[in-house]
Ligand binder design. Structure first.
Ligand code: SAH
Length: 490
């Protein structure tokens, strides 16, 4: 065969997207692989016929429903009659080869599952966003690599791409009428893509996007300088794996990243390499000036047309002053988006093996923050001390003694378990457990430092059995320090 004479690795494949609607496609095989192939073909609108002596339960059900046609028995070349395409998906190599040969003789393209050389076409790895499809092929030789690329593209390509394609294809005729000249049309598309429409679609504002499109169509001015914007992104607790895909995309697109000190290095490393990173960490004592400075920086860069990411530890709306920052932006008329993050309470609980609610022990969860030294008086201790609830206390390292006293004074049992999680989800994570009565001494004894999150409630005891990340919880005072801590507490 001439086909085999040029080695696969040096001869590129010819990529194509086939319209299979209403066209017969033969799948040989009746197991899980055949089922997977059949499902993808059905999705593309093909008339699937499955040839096999027996079908698995799912395929049998599809045949009974008339979604596919079943050709029962051993493979026969007549199964190809009328087929445009075929897939050999049996676990018998000889049968697969026979299918490939029959296809070759009849000039029908055949894909043999897991057989590069035996196939006359390959199915690429793909990323789908509505009607937009990105297909990736390694020529069949390195499917793992293709899959890896696919994962990267999955994170890179925004969900809203499909919406954008739909909008543009719906308006295609109108665009052509408006801009008969190809050059004009290209400039128009560039203007649309650089303008606000993609962001509007990302925000789910379809009608606004449609309106902006209409305006862009009649407004023939050259592209305005890109408008700056701010995306408020929750970076999660530290483990970079806990960032959302949308957050990652925002980092990839950012020109400037204003980040808190709490954001881990691992997460910052995900940023585009040429993005400008500015730490705006808050130092104790001068919160006010720092917050004003953050507002200034956001406004300054956004007004200069930059895509700004305001990156915050955990979730931006949980004890993160995200609301205040958005108000500043709204007032200045700067476009913004918010990407939630995994807040410390959820992350620390997960990484310490503490389920926050429990059918028997905790029907509710309270997220609390307090600089207990100053504001203990402002909290509703009656409510906080209620039984059958879990407290997750942020910023609670200083003033644990006050917390213990107030909770016990208002009725929470001194024997209530706690788990104090330092550096949750990070490699340095430590978990200290004990009962409420011992809280301050334990924390001091182990010299627990910020960032640390405190969980109080029956569920905290489960850390003993359910911990899985890092070292086991520290259940007692360290030997050498025990006397020290007791002396200090006295
Ligand atoms: N917006 C953040 C909270 C900011 S307040 C969020 O949603 O998580 C800062 C406090 O969060 C810290 O003092 C600490 O109590 C808690 N915290 C944040 N990250 C943490 C981590 N990795 N481990 C333990 N506590 C953490």
């Amino acid at each position: 065969m001439t086909r085999a004479s040029s080695p696969r690795a040096s001869t590129p494949m010819y990529p194509l997207f086939a319209d299979l609607r209403g066209r017969a496609v033969l799948v040989v095989g009746g197991g899980a692989v055949a089922q997977r192939k059949a499902a993808a073909l059905l999705e593309a609108g093909a008339q699937v016929r499955i040839g096999a002596p027996r079908l698995n339960a799912a395929l049998a059900a599809w045949a009974a429903e008339g979604r596919i046609e079943h050709l029962a028995g051993e493979f026969a070349a007549e199964w190809f009659d009328g087929a445009w395409l075929a897939v050999a998906a049996t676990d018998d190599e000889a049968v697969n080869r026979a299918v490939a040969a029959a296809g070759e003789a009849r000039r029908v393209w055949v894909n043999v599952v897991d057989d590069v050389e035996g196939s006359s076409f390959h199915v690429p790895a793909r990323v789908e966003r509505g009607p937009v499809q990105v297909a990736i092929s390694s020529g069949g030789g390195a499917p793992m690599l293709a899959r890896h690329l696919r994962e990267r593209l999955e994170t890179e390509l925004d969900e809203s791409l499909g919406e954008l394609a739909r909008l543009l294809s719906g308006e295609r005729a109108r665009i052509r009428r408006h801009y008969p000249d190809l050059g004009q049309r290209r400039r128009f598309f560039e203007r649309v893509l650089a303008g606000p429409i993609p962001a509007l679609l990302r925000e789910g504002r379809r009608e606004d996007a449609q309106r902006a499109f209409g305006a862009a169509l009649i407004d023939d001015k050259p592209a305005a300088p890109p408008a700056g914007s701010v995306v408020l992104v929750g970076a999660g607790p530290g483990d970079a794996g806990l960032m959302t895909l949308r957050g990652l995309r925002a980092l990839n697109q950012a020109d400037v990243i204003l980040h808190d000190r709490l954001v881990s290095r691992e997460v910052l490393q995900l940023a585009r390499r040429d993005a400008e990173l500015i730490e705006v960490g808050k130092q104790a004592g001068n919160h006010h000036t720092t917050q004003d400075r953050i507002h200034e920086l956001m406004l300054e860069h956004a007004r200069a047309g930059k895509r700004v990411v305001r990156l915050k530890g955990g979730d931006p709306f949980v004890f993160g002053r995200g609301g205040e920052e958005l108000e500043v932006l709204a007032q200045a008329g700067i476009a913004f988006e918010v990407v939630p993050g995994i807040t410390a309470a959820l992350a620390c609980a997960a990484y310490a093996g503490v389920p926050l609610t429990h059918r028997e022990h905790a029907q509710s969860l309270r997220l609390v923050t307090a600089h207990l030294k100053d504001s203990a008086g402002d909290l509703d201790w009656q409510a906080l001390a209620q039984e059958k609830q879990t407290l997750a206390v942020y910023m609670g390292v200083a003033g644990l003694d006050v917390l213990r006293d107030k909770l016990i004074e208002h009725g929470r049992a001194a024997s209530t378990p706690f788990a104090l999680i330092e550096n949750g989800s990070r490699r340095e994570q430590r978990v200290v457990t004990g009962t409420l009565a011992e809280l301050a001494e334990r924390a001091q004894g182990h010299r627990v430092q910020s960032p640390a999150l405190l969980i109080v409630g029956e569920v905290a005891a489960l850390a003993q059995r359910l911990h899985w990340f890092g070292d086991a919880p520290l259940t007692a005072l360290p030997e050498a320090d025990a006397d020290d801590a007791l002396a200090q507490a006295a």
